[in-house]
Design a protein around this ligand. Structure first.
Ligand code: PEP
Length: 251
């Protein structure tokens, strides 16, 4: 049975006290990994160490890392630093970073290699803008993103990563892709990656306004192996119910 992966992206939210409260609440709601689900939380850098010390049964991830392992990069955080504070995962190429920090596929591909060198498993985000979808360019955009990343990271490195399909128009909008839309893109991603020599069983997450209301339907899709969850991961009871749905529809 393939385990499902549920990743909470806390983004730039929570100070130390609030982050620890959230961790305690997750424990109370039984939001933990087991033989069916893997649960990961990605808090802001400033609280990673404290959160990591408090977590039980949940893995820790960073929201980004630099493409180089060390050096004169003021204000940046390296993959080794994340590993050093207990991270085993890192989100790379989130659309908010592509938009605000102008991250390119080449840079994201480079980060995949660096992250793996440091012992982290990358969660690599791809997704189209609303205008792309409306113009029928979803496949073209996503394949271009994947190709750019593969060109720099290589198929073997990507095979050991996780891909998160996050339509930009669905992130933080309350307007999730339908299960049918998500499944369609996931099938395309799996097929395209396989053509490039990437493992067919690479986990594919869906991200974009996942809630307790749409989780079960999304998890019922053959090619959706879990979710990257923003807003709902800050609400412990809801995050726990999403995890519960993932357990219920385990294959
Ligand atoms: C995200 O931050 O990756 C995300 C999917 O956010 P939300 O669940 O809030 O749409």
């Amino acid at each position: 049975m393939k385990r499902r992966l549920l990743v909470g992206n806390w983004k730039m939210n929570l100070l130390c006290a609030g982050a620890l409260e959230l961790v305690d609440a997750l424990a109370q709601h039984d939001a933990v990994s087991d033989s069916i689900v893997d649960v990961v939380v990605c808090p802001p850098f400033t609280v990673l160490a404290d959160v990591g010390r408090r977590l039980h049964g949940i893995s820790l991830g960073g929201q980004n890392c630099h493409a180089e392992l060390k050096g004169a990069f003021t204000g940046e955080v390296s993959a080794e630093m994340l590993f050093d504070v207990g991270c085993t995962w890192v989100i790379l190429g989130h659309s908010e970073r592509r938009r605000d920090q102008h991250e390119t596929d080449a840079e994201i591909g480079h980060k995949v290699l660096t992250a793996q060198q440091a012992g982290l498993r990358p969660i690599v985000c791809v997704g189209e803008q609303l205008a792309d979808r409306q113009a029928g360019r979803t496949t073209q955009i996503i394949q271009r993103q994947l190709d750019g990343i593969i060109e720099h990271a290589g198929a073997p490195a990507l095979s050991a990563a996780v891909i998160a399909y996050e339509p930009v128009w669905a992130i933080g909008t309350g307007l999730a892709a339908t299960a049918e839309q998500a499944q369609q893109v996931h099938t395309m991603i799996r097929g395209h990656l396989a053509q490039h020599g990437v493992a067919r069983d690479i986990p594919l997450l869906y991200g974009g306004s996942v809630t307790e209301s749409n989780a079960a339907e999304l998890f019922g899709c053959a090619d959706i192996d879990g979710a990257l969850i923003g807003g709902a991961s800050l609400k412990p009871a809801e995050f726990a119910r999403i995890i519960h749905h993932a357990r219920q529809v385990a294959r």
